[in-house]
Design a protein around this ligand. Structure first.
Ligand SMILES: C[S@@+](CC[C@H](N)C(=O)[O-])C[C@H]1O[C@@H](n2cnc3c(N)ncnc32)[C@H](O)[C@@H]1O
Length: 883
């Protein structure tokens, strides 16, 4: 439990419950829009095994928090009348509305909120979240309508798959519970009767005057991303589910500026094979993009190669034909004006693979169209490599220790540039390098021509120049990456027909690093406001995405452009080289895993860790690029211009660093670095250095990419852990349920056996009773002859009425031992004899089976009966005589 001092108490806020209640209609139970909605899909309550003796047991024994109540354990409420604990049952909190005492307050930024008015123990039931239960479709329609109405607060909560509780119009007090990234309550789903219901339960002890909050991310149905004002230190900045989903629901904006292209490509690269949803969004952006400048930039930045990778991925990953068709249609729209980018991307080779793999007619038609369109494009001429010496200003690390020109950086083997690393002849002088051999007089001439041009104007992009042949050669060490693209790529392409897009990239990266004024990178030239404070795939690349801020960074950090000039980031020789997006991603992963266990000595980290000096093994064997050696060469010593990895005066501006790493001081004042997602801790700043020094092929600081990767891995891990936890919980619940079912079945069997034994016993008892009775009967049978009892009268009477009583009626009466019953039976029997007599006018002879008492009793009856009878007869006779 966190110390109480850390908890914010809303003591002085007035209770606004009456005011708030005017904003909706208060209900106490869910309203089901359709009959079938809100029904639990699991079994209902079984009779639990709890037992409770009032005055003897603790009250909680009666299905309370401490009990072993199987229903409670399974989040099922006990049914009234079934629970063995009867009225004492404590597992009927929804039914009995056993809510905690709360009231409402008006918060500063979140609207109304719920405030506890009592101590609520951990796991205590606070409120039920009631509202209208509806299908997803209906909820979606409502969301759209609410958005259009301009509502700011949303009240949707997922109930179960395809069903949502909407508390907007109808609801309870729980609808006012706000979100927090560090909540004190949670939402649990309970089965009550046949229904599924949502309850808010305390996740920890809640004090009076604390605001009750839960985490919307798990429970609430998405609307649009809303800024979170929970104010917690771990605040995720937005409400609701993973905001990627929220944002992705909307139509993306058209990309209108060429300087967004690097971000755009970086997203594609990062998400290849990882996040198809984001890819489809990017695809959509490509589909709607109509700005020629953007497409030019896309092609210049080897976007075709990126498309090739996606196409390859689609074939191998068994994607829908539809994705391929869409991508091919985008390709058809891309304004390619010469073959260089097509060849560099080696995309036609991929077309062959697609045609082999997919028989889809539209795919084939589009590919044929593209092949035809690109076949006749002008060829790009060879361009020599730029060797113009760099001015000191152009080298970011010109601190005297290591002031090499960019060209030296490119050519000098020790510099570990990507070309050097790639070349089997590592260590050769620049004049020996293959690219140098591609020099032609024409390309040299063009190079001279182009060196006079403006270095970064996109109009000078060689591919789009009308004067293509000359512009293609534009290249100096200060020229922008577009030119280097063609320098490297056309060289590779002409030389051996291989895909040289990687070498192209390597060159381009160097340019990225060397050109602090390259406005397109967005990270070097203009740290404020364009550099984002935190790196997120979406925020980095897409202008539509709401900007996130990182609390660790401040404006000073952000604007620290002066330190950029000396930033080791600009040293390209340490920058990681990636052969493909996969390498790129995994390289980053490695760097992540390197820091997972920085102190582990048992792991051979050299094989796993991200090594910025490492030569990336080419992995696209189809492109014919083979790795010259299987094992990468040992890393060259770190450049002297860098601060020592252990040094604490790391000069990189804060905003460039991986924002996940924050500084913390131990008791001795020693500074260490802690990763907020991975929890790793390191006293060295090499991590931050690597992060800030290296850039991805698209010119994004590696640290920021790592940050995103760490974050996504962290989130992925969280999801996996949650899934594992849920699976374990589900398994435990299942096992418990099975156990309970087994126990119930056993109980049922035992009950049946007991019932059968009881039935047998009763049968035996009856049999015995019957036998006893027979015995008793044989002992007690007497024949009570009425003629004997009242011989004279009877004879007389019979003689007088001989005709009437000619038939003898014999009645056998069995009477029990019970006096009352016997009286009744005898009475009844006599009555019926009387009736019979009246009806048939027959003589009566009663035969009785009697005990002593009845014998006496009956004789009295019979006597009185016959007396009455005779009296009646004689009276009737007298009357007749008189007449
Ligand atoms: C279920 S309602 C909560 C009650 C709401 N505050 C009201 O006044 O009705 C959810 C809405 O409250 C607001 N909200 C809740 N938690 C928030 C938070 N941490 N930061 C910002 N807004 C929040 C959002 O507008 C959200 O859509």
């Amino acid at each position: 439990m966190p110390p109480q001092t850390q908890r914010k108490l809303y003591k002085d806020y007035p209770n606004v419950i009456e005011e708030a209640k005017k904003t909706y209609r208060h209900i106490t139970e869910n309203i089901h829009k359709e009959k079938h909605l809100g029904l639990a899909r699991a079994d209902e309550a079984t009779r639990c095994d709890c037992s409770y003796s009032s005055g003897v047991d603790e009250p909680s024994v009666a299905c309370g928090a401490g009990s072993d109540c199987i229903n409670r354990f399974l989040y099922v409420e006990c049914n009234e009348g079934e629970c063995p604990c009867g009225d004492a049952c404590q597992n009927r909190r929804f039914k009995q509305r056993s809510y905690a005492e709360v009231d409402l307050i008006c918060t500063e930024k979140k609207g109304y909120g719920v405030r506890a008015k009592q101590v609520i123990p951990r796991d205590g039931f606070i409120l039920e979240y009631v509202g209208e239960v509806m299908s997803d479709e209906m909820a979606e329609k409502r969301k759209t309508a609410y958005r259009q109405e301009g509502r700011t607060h949303f009240y949707f909560m997922d109930l179960q798959k395809g069903e949502v509780v909407d508390a907007t119009e109808y609801g309870g007090l729980a609808r006012f519970i706000n979100h927090s990234c560090k909540p004190n309550a949670r939402v649990d789903k309970w089965i009550v009767g046949r229904q599924l219901r949502l309850g808010i339960f305390a996740d920890r002890q809640i004090l009076p005057d604390e605001e009750v909050t839960f985490d919307y991310s798990a429970e609430r149905s998405g609307t649009t991303a809303q800024r979170c004002y929970c104010g917690e230190d771990n605040c995720r900045l937005f409400l609701g589910k993973d905001d990627s989903e929220l944002v992705l629901e909307e139509e993306p904006h058209e990309m209108k500026k060429a300087d967004r292209v690097p971000y755009f490509l970086a997203v594609l690269q990062l998400t290849l094979s990882k996040e198809p949803k984001i890819f489809r969004r990017q695809l959509r952006r490509m589909e709607i993009c109509t700005v020629t400048e953007v497409w030019k930039e896309f092609v210049n930045r080897n976007g075709l190669s990126m498309i090739r990778r996606y196409l390859q991925h689609f074939i191998s990953e068994g994607f829908e034909n539809d994705d391929i068709v869409r991508l091919l249609k985008v390709l058809c729209r891309i304004p390619v004006t010469n073959r260089a980018p097509v060849v560099v991307a080696n995309i036609e080779r991929t077309f062959e693979d697609i045609v082999k793999a997919r028989k889809h007619p539209e795919i084939r038609r589009l590919i044929a169209l593209l092949e035809k369109k690109w076949k006749d494009l002008p060829q790009a001429p060879l361009i020599k490599r730029a060797l113009t010496p760099a001015t000191p200003a152009s080298t970011p690390l010109s601190n005297g220790k290591r002031s090499r020109s960019t060209t030296e950086d490119i050519d000098k083997p020790e510099a570990s540039s990507s070309d050097d690393l790639r070349s089997p002849k590592r260590g050769r002088s620049s004049s020996e390098e293959p690219q140098e051999q591609l020099k032609t007089p024409e390309s040299e001439k063009n190079c001279e021509t182009d060196s006079k041009r403006s270095p970064s104007s996109s109009k000078n992009s060689p591919i789009y120049k009308d004067d293509r042949n000359t512009s293609l050669n534009s290249h100096t060490n200060t020229s922008r990456q577009d030119s280097s693209l063609l320098t490297a790529s056309s060289g590779g392409y002409r030389k051996n027909g291989h895909d040289t897009s990687d070498s192209y990239r390597s060159h381009r990266h160097r340019h990225d690093a060397r050109n602090p004024d390259d406005s397109r990178s967005g990270y070097y030239s203009n740290p404020s406001p364009s550099p984002r404070k935190d790196y997120d795939v979406r925020s980095l690349h897409d202008s539509w995405r709401p900007k996130r801020y990182s609390p660790q960074k401040d404006d000073n950090d952000r604007g620290n452009s002066s330190s950029e000039a000396n930033s080791p980031m600009k040293k390209e020789s340490e920058r990681p080289k990636y052969e493909s997006s996969r390498d790129f991603y995994e390289g980053s992963r490695s760097s992540y895993s390197q820091y997972r266990s920085p102190h582990s000595s048992t792991v051979d980290r050299s094989s796993r860790r991200f090594d910025p000096y490492r030569r990336s093994p080419p992995n696209d064997s189809r492109n014919g690029v083979e790795s010259p050696t299987k094992t990468p060469p040992p890393p060259p010593p770190p450049p002297p211009s860098h601060p020592s990895p252990q040094s604490d005066d790391f000069p990189a501006p804060q905003w460039m660093r991986n924002p996940n790493w924050t500084e913390s001081k131990d008791d001795n004042g020693k500074i260490s670095w802690v990763n907020k997602f991975t929890g790793e801790r390191t006293s060295q700043k090499i991590k931050a250095m690597i992060d800030t020094t290296f850039k991805t092929p698209e010119g994004i600081p590696q640290g920021l990419v790592n940050a995103k990767i760490e974050e996504s891995l962290y989130r992925q891990r969280q999801v996996e852990e949650k899934a594992a936890r849920e699976a374990a919980e589900a398994a435990a619940a299942k096992a418990a349920k099975e156990e309970a079912e087994k126990a119930a079945a056993e109980e049922k069997r035992a009950k049946e056996a007991r019932a059968a034994a009881e039935a047998k016993r009763i049968k035996m008892a009856r049999k015995e009773k019957a036998a006893n009775y027979e015995a008793m009967k044989s002992k007690n049978v007497i024949t009570f002859d009425t003629t004997e009892a009242f011989r004279d009268e009877y004879r007389k009477y019979v003689t007088e009425n001989a005709k009437k009583f000619e038939n003898q009626l014999s009645v056998e009466l069995y009477a029990s031992q019970c006096k009352k019953c016997a009286d009744k039976a005898v009475e009844k029997e006599l009555r019926s004899i009387n009736e019979e007599d009246k009806k048939s006018k027959r003589s009566t002879q009663a035969k009785f089976v009697l005990n002593d008492y009845l014998r006496r009793k009956l004789s009295n009856f019979v006597t009185s009966y016959f007396e009455a009878l005779i009296a009646k007869q004689s009276k009737a006779k007298g009357k007749a005589k008189e007449e």
